[in-house]
Design a protein around this ligand. Structure first.
Ligand SMILES: Cc1cc2nc3c(=O)[nH]c(=O)nc-3n(C[C@H](O)[C@H](O)[C@H](O)COP(=O)(O)O)c2cc1C
Length: 332
């Protein structure tokens, strides 16, 4: 069975990519991921706030009395709260590159254009094969219009792309008013080599007893694949960037669905926390088994077979289908 795929211009031995999480904080885990069969590893993120705190430019800003930013930073973890510092991170990239053959993709996480983006270059110099940009931005300012939010992403991508020669992917959230158009802008206008659909938004909850905002992190469940699946299915074949599916993978079934919708790679994090790194091996074995049973000889052959461009009824991805579902629901 030929599982090979191309992502961000890189040839991967298979489409299962480990997405950013603390599992990659340990070199030993990265080696285990390779041993279990992973196609590539995305490292956990360095955060803009962390970089600003760790670098001299931040001190300079503080000295200049840019209080609003300093105050805002008080809400973020202090410098000692990050488990891994910048130097350690860059060393980990170097060590991973010396120890494994699969691609290592560094992750940078930030929301404004600034000095933190210089670290894209540092990732490249440390040997990263690619870079994933996670712009986890929540536009709480009601004065900020959608175009400005998009511009922020495009600016960050443009600056990073200009500073490195390694491929760059953008990890997106699904909350854009015209997702397809924005994806096309990132890809075809600004040259994103990959789009990761989607970032899992960590939303607050409320404790009704203590009246506190809760920030618990729940690992994902399989029904969460539906939103990424929709957009992968729609975007497959319509933009230049390669597509990564992210969120909800618990086993081979979700991987198969994502590939059929049109993903070039499928990422997973939560299920490895639940089942351990060697579970990668089982997912891949089951994927091959499924392909064999359906006579698909390669991942390339099955990719996008169920995308909007390829299904007999493209309306299945559109409003008409929504109406059918609502009208067809039988109340008990
Ligand atoms: C404990 C934990 C830590 C994570 N840390 C990061 C991170 O540093 N950077 C990032 O871009 N995504 C991070 N993620 C998000 C994952 O990469 C992934 O996008 C998300 O969990 C959805 O995929 P899943 O359903 O396979 O878990 C983290 C997820 C978990 C569970």
């Amino acid at each position: 069975m030929d599982l090979q795929t191309t992502y961000m211009g890189m040839t991967l031995r298979n489409p299962l990519v480990i997405s950013a999480s603390p599992l990659s904080e340990k070199l030993d885990n990265i080696k285990k991921m390779e041993d279990a069969g992973a196609g590539a590893v995305v490292m956990f993120s360095l955060f803009e706030e962390q970089i600003r705190q760790e670098t001299a430019s931040f001190n300079f800003l503080m000295d200049q009395g840019t209080n609003s930013f300093a105050e805002a930073l008080n809400y973020f973890p202090g410098i000692d709260d990050y488990r891994v510092g910048i130097d350690h991170y860059l060393n980990l990239i170097r060590q991973a590159k010396d120890s494994v053959d699969i691609p290592i993709i560094g992750s940078l996480n930030g929301t404004t254009s600034g000095g933190w983006m210089d670290y894209a270059k540092a990732y490249q110099e440390a040997g990263a094969d690619g870079l994933e940009l996670n712009v986890f931005f929540i536009p709480t300012d009601t004065g900020l219009d959608g175009l400005s939010v998009e511009e922020r992403y495009l600016d960050i991508l443009r600056i990073v792309k200009d500073s490195v020669s390694i491929p760059v992917a953008v990890k997106l959230n699904p909350y854009f008013s015209s997702m397809g158009n924005f994806a096309k802008k990132l890809s075809d206008e600004e040259g994103a080599d990959g789009l990761v659909l989607f970032n899992r938004f960590y939303e607050p909850d409320i404790d009704v007893d203590t009246l506190e905002i809760l920030h618990t992190l729940e690992l994902s469940s399989p029904n969460e694949i539906r939103l990424p699946l929709l957009w992968l299915g729609i975007l497959h074949g319509k933009i230049n960037a390669t597509l990564a599916a992210s969120t909800g993978v618990q086993g081979s079934t979700e991987v198969i669905k994502y590939l059929l919708a049109g993903a070039d790679v499928v990422m997973t994090a939560s299920c490895l926390f639940k089942k351990g790194i060697p579970y990668i091996y089982q997912i891949l074995a089951e994927l091959e088994e499924w392909m064999q049973a359906r006579d698909f000889k390669s991942v390339n052959e099955m990719r996008g077979v169920m995308s909007q461009s390829n299904v007999a009824d493209p309306v299945a991805y559109e409003r008409a289908n929504y109406i059918k579902i609502l009208q067809g629901y039988q109340a008990v």
